[in-house]
Write a protein that binds this ligand. Sequence first.
Ligand code: SF4
Length: 465
Amino acid sequence: MNPGGSFAGERPARRFRIRTYGCQMNAHDTEKIANLLHHAGLRPAPVEEEADLLVVNTCSVREKAAHRLHTDLGLLRAWKQAAPGRIVGVGGCVAQQEGDALLARFPHVDFVFGTHNLRLVPAMVEAAARGHRESRTEETRSQERFDLPERHPEFVAASPGRAFVTVMEGCDMFCSFCIVPLTRGREISRPAAAVIEEVERLAAKGVREITLLGQTVNAYGRHDAARGHADTAGTVPFAALVHRVAQVSGVARIRYTSPHPLFFGDDLIEAHGALEALCPHVHLPLQSGSDAVLARMRRRYRAADYLGIVARLRAVRPDIAITTDLIVGFPGETDADFEATLDVVRAARFVDAYTFKYSPRPGTAAANAADGVAPGLAQERLEALQDLMRGLTLEAHRARVGAETDVLIEGESRRGKQPSGRDPWHRVVNLAAPAFGDVAAGQIVRVRIVEATPHSLIAELAGHA
Ligand code: SF4
């Protein structure tokens, strides 16, 4: 399949770089764009200075990230002018929201594409090369957006042993702080057969770990089921999908992100007790431990519901690691609300958390709230929460010292250049022993944890002194 026409054979292959901001969905979109560009005959450049095409895959979930894009795009003017024929494309959530306005504000941007329009990128590059500037941000309700080519033989994944597989996109939850329903559109699920086919293709190429991806991944297929259309849409309950993935030969590990507490059914909890391949880690966003704040956030669960899920998961999988997302300083958050969050964090014994200070996003329900928390107070709360989390992470890491585990090697550690990967609990493990000469990315190796640090575990290959 060649979705965008080929540049190969007409001139030396154009070379591209992609800058990626934001969440795992964006990281996966970047892989999809890179793969599409490979199919169109382009090849990756080692550095931006050697690229002919630069794509910026943007994030608007926090104010800071959106501002950063505008600074970045300003700086890219010099990059574009440094060599003739250079092309700049902008995609992702800011592109989805701003569309034509980005073209108008930044004359050196050649094309803008929304989160539903990745498959158009090769054709937009070709058009840009002919001097045509355009913005394509229309939302499509069809399965077309999932209809992307399989991995090109020359496509090199960031981590060869792991792959993301999109099972649903969009979000219909409209939490009052969140821009995602506006940037990613309405929920739409892929047929289970298409998901399994993609998993089978990846496993056949040596991928050992599959992460099922969706904005509210465990809401997969819910609208089809509610309307009685599951058969025609080809979807199944999310837990059933996980069971099917576990049957694919070669798949050693399954993860999913991010689930929503509201859709966390008993069948998914039971899967954690029954399926060896389903990793003992769940990233389950809590956001706040105060019921009053949760209600204002429109999260549709209470703290006790959340802790009930954690308890039921621990009943079937006592060693399960739970990580989360937390927001402090949401409008109207009192000292007592914040204390309630700290209480739930202690009770849930989170192993790790992404912690944020609330930042209003234009267009969301909470954006114009009058009872904002003073920035200094929000900062104090963030620091107190981060202190608590640092202690919990280190405690969890220390409890692992001396144990053996399996690590899927992803590459080299940032600092030490040792082989580095993740264990089933999603902890970063860096290999410290000298005898790892033949350990390669994509391989699963048995290790013994020898040291705990605040951010990672240090291990030796099991069987080596
Ligand atoms: S569930 Fe809420 S926080 Fe998550 S993507 Fe949807 S609106 Fe945003």
